[in-house]
Write a protein that binds this ligand. Structure first.
Ligand code: CA
Ligand code: CA
Length: 587
C-alpha cells in the first residue's frame, strides 16, 4: 500500500509539471470522480458504472436528444458490445472485427481508424465482438480476436507496440477490454469452449514487455519475468491432479474472458473464470479449481490472494466471469468492504473483498433448478438431486446421457453485460434474463483447436411475454426493489447516475432511462439496431453527454436456440450515438 501511495504522488507531480494531456495513473484512479473524461472500462476501475453527474435527471431526461451518430461502416457488422472512452474531447471506441475508432467527441467526425488484420482461422466462440480499450500515457490499448494486445498512438492511430498473448490456432481469442493497473496492461483470454488454459497476464504499458503470467487452472504454474528471466511466483494451493482427475487440468478451460476490475484500497484485481472444460462434468469429478470462480490477484506479481468458487464442478457452462464490483456499506455502525457479483448460475453474491469470505447470497432470477440454495456459511451451492445432466456412459448406447431442463440456461441469469451500482440509492441494477435449456452430455476428447464440449443443448424462453429483466437489487437484503421486463433478452451494460437515472439498452434498439428509485421509464430512443454495448456519461463544455454503441449481435443469435428464432427479425448495425440536453437557444 505504501509503494502505491508513492507512485500516486509521483503521478500527481508529473501532472503538475507538464501541460501534456497524457493519461496518468491519477487520471485512471480518479476516473469515477472526474466527470470530464471516461478513461477506464467500468467508469472507474471498481466497475460501479456510477457517475456523479446530475444535469440529466428524472425531470430533464425527457428532453434528451441525439447530437451525432457515427457509423462503424464495413460490410461486416455483427455485435457491438463496446464501452466508449473519452479524453480531452476525443472518443475512443472499438467495433466488431477488432477495429478501433478515434472520434471528435464534439462533432462525431472521425479522426482515425485502426483495423486489425485478422487471420482466417480465428475461433471466437460468441461473435466477433470487442468490449473496449484502455488508455494510458499517449496510448490507446486494446486486444484482438487473434489474441494479441495492440497499443496505438492516441493522436495518429499508429501502432506503438503489439504482443501475442496466446495462440489463436489453439482456440484463444480476446474480446474483453484490458485495464491498466500501476503501469501494467492487464488482460485475460477467451477460449473456454476449446479446452484452452485460462490466464491473466500483465505487460508493461509503455513497452509491451511481459511482467507476469498467472494461469487460472490449478496445476499450472505462474511466472514473473525479472531481468529477462522467468521466476516462479507461486500458486495458491495449486497442485496438479488435486481437484481434477488425471490429465484433464492440462486443457481445463477457466477462461478469463471478461477481463477484471481493480480496487485500489485493497490493491487487488478481481478476475472471474469461465467453465471447466469440457462441459461434460462426468469426465472430471472434483471441484476443478479455479474454474467458475472469482480470483483476487496481486497486481505486482500475479499471485492469487484468494478465490471464491461460485459453481464447483460446473456441469451447466455457468462461467464465473461476471464482474465483481467493489462497494462499501454500513452495518451495525461498521463499514463493510464488500464486493458483489451476479453469476450466470442465477445467484447474487456479496463477498468480503479483503479475504473473499462469503457474506451472503440469494437468487436474483425467478427460478433456479440446478441448486436448491447456498450454504449459509460458505456460499457453496446445495445441488438439486436431479439437476445435473446425466453421464452418457450410463446410457444404453453410451452416446447421449439423460437430458435435464436447467434454469438458468447456460447463457445465464446474467451474462457478460455489466450491472451498475448507485452510490445514491445503494442498489445494484442488474441486467438479467429468464430462460431455460434442455442440456445433455455426450462423449468427447480434447483435440487442439477443436470445440471441446461433450454436450448438446437447446435454449428456450420461460415466459411468452418477456425474457429480459432489469432488476434493482438491494445487496444488504436481496430484495428486488423494482423490475423492468423486456421482450428480447437483455444483453447490454447499465449506467447509474446521481441524476437518479439508470440507463441501459435493449436488442429492440432502444436506449432507455429509468427512475433509479421507482423503475419508471423516463426516456427511450431507438438507435436503429440492437443495443448490446454499455452506455457512458461525461461532461464537456459545461454540458452532460450520454454515449452508447448500437449493433445487434453477440452470443444470443448464435447459441440461443428457440430464443434466437424469437429475435431473428432484429437488424444488425454498427454505430455510436451521442446525446445531450438542448441549450436554451436550441429549444
Ligand atoms: Ca473520469
Ligand atoms: Ca463457457
Amino acid at each position: 500500500m505504501k509503494k502505491f501511495a508513492l507512485s500516486a504522488m509521483i503521478a500527481a507531480m508529473t501532472i503538475a509539471g507538464t501541460a501534456s494531456a497524457k493519461v496518468t495513473e491519477q487520471d485512471i484512479l480518479n476516473d469515477q470522480a472526474t466527470t470530464n473524461d471516461v478513461v477506464t472500462n467500468g467508469m472507474g476501475h471498481r466497475g460501479q458504472r456510477f457517475s456523479p453527474l446530475d444535469k440529466i435527471d428524472t425531470d430533464t431526461v425527457k428532453d434528451l436528444r441525439p447530437v451525432w451518430s457515427f457509423s462503424f461502416g464495413g460490410e461486416k457488422q455483427r455485435g457491438q458490445e463496446s464501452q466508449p472512452l473519452v479524453k480531452d474531447g476525443v472518443m475512443f471506441v472499438t467495433g466488431s472485427y477488432s477495429r478501433l475508432f478515434a472520434i471528435d467527441a464534439r462533432t462525431g467526425d472521425e479522426l482515425w481508424q485502426y483495423d486489425a488484420r485478422l487471420p482466417d482461422g480465428i475461433m471466437p466462440c460468441c461473435d466477433v465482438i470487442n468490449r473496449g480499450a484502455a488508455l494510458y500515457d499517449d496510448l490507446v490499448i486494446f486486444a484482438t480476436l487473434d489474441a494479441k494486445l495492440v497499443a496505438l498512438d492516441q493522436k495518429t492511430g499508429k501502432v506503438k507496440w503489439k504482443k501475442k498473448v496466446a495462440d489463436y490456432k489453439e482456440g484463444y481469442s480476446i474480446s474483453a477490454a484490458p485495464m491498466v493497473v500501476k503501469g501494467k496492461v492487464i488482460t485475460g483470454v477467451s477460449g473456454g469452449e476449446f479446452g484452452i488454459v485460462g490466464k491473466v497476464e500483465a505487460y508493461d504499458a509503455k513497452t509491451g514487455k511481459i511482467q507476469w503470467s498467472r494461469p487460472t487452472v490449478e496445476g499450472h504454474m505462474g511466472y514473473v519475468w525479472k531481468d529477462g528471466k522467468k521466476t516462479e511466483n507461486g500458486i495458491s494451493g495449486g497442485e496438479a491432479g488435486k481437484t481434477w482427475p488425471g490429465d484433464l487440468w492440462k486443457s481445463g478451460g477457466a477462461a478469463t474472458w471478461l477481463g477484471g476490475t481493480y480496487d485500489a484500497e485493497t490493491d487487488l484485481m478481481f478476475f472471474g473464470t469461465g467453465n471447466p472444460a469440457p462441459w461434460n462434468s462426468h469426465l472430471r469429478p472434483g471441484d476443478n479449481l479455479f474454474s467458475s470462480s472469482r480470483l483476487a490477484i496481486d497486481p505486482d506479481d500475479g499471485k492469487i490472494v484468494w478465490h471464491f468458487q461460485t459453481t464447483p464442478h460446473d456441469g451447466w457452462d455457468y462461467d464465473g466471469v461476471n464482474e465483481l464490483i467493489s462497494f462499501d456499506y454500513k452495518e451495525g455502525g461498521k463499514t463493510v468492504k464488500a464486493a458483489a457479483t451476479a453469476d450466470r448460475n442465477g445467484f447474487f453474491y456479496v463477498l468480503n473483498r479483503e479475504n473473499g469470505d462469503f457474506i451472503r447470497g440469494f437468487p436474483f432470477v425467478d427460478k433456479i433448478t440446478w441448486a436448491t440454495g447456498l450454504d449459509e456459511k460458505t456460499g457453496r451451492p446445495i445441488y438439486a438431486a436431479d439437476g445435473r445432466p446425466g453421464d452418457p456412459r450410463k446410457s444404453a448406447d453410451g452416446k447421449k446421457g439423460e437430458a435435464v431442463v436447467a434454469i438458468p440456461s447456460f447463457l445465464g441469469g446474467k451474462n457478460w453485460m455489466p450491472m451498475a451500482y448507485s452510490q445514491e440509492t445503494e442498489l445494484f441494477y442488474v441486467p438479467s434474463n429468464e430462460w431455460a435449456m434442455d442440456i445433455w452430455n455426450e462423449p468427447t476428447a480434447y483435440k487442439k483447436g477443436a470445440a471441446y464440449l461433450g454436450a448438446g443443448f437447446t435454449i428456450r424462453p420461460t415466459n411468452d411475454e418477456y425474457i429480459g429483466v432489469l432488476r434493482a437489487i438491494d445487496p444488504k437484503t436481496g430484495e428486488e426493489k423494482w423490475r423492468y421486463k423486456n421482450y428480447a433478452p437483455l444483453w447490454g451494460g447499465v449506467l447509474a447516475t446521481k441524476g437518479n437515472l439508470v440507463f441501459t439498452g435493449n436488442p429492440e434498439g432502444y436506449l432507455m432511462a429509468f427512475d433509479a428509485k421507482t423503475g419508471e421509464m423516463k426516456y427511450k430512443f431507438n438507435t436503429g439496431s440492437g443495443i448490446v454495448g454499455s452506455p457512458i456519461t461525461w461532461e464537456q463544455d459545461g454540458e452532460q453527454f450520454i454515449s452508447v454503441v448500437s449493433g445487434w449481435g453477440g452470443a444470443v443469435p448464435l447459441w440461443g436456440g428457440e430464443v434466437a428464432k424469437r429475435v431473428k427479425h432484429l437488424n444488425q448495425g454498427g454505430s455510436v450515438w451521442t446525446f445531450k440536453l438542448p441549450k436554451e437557444d436550441e429549444k
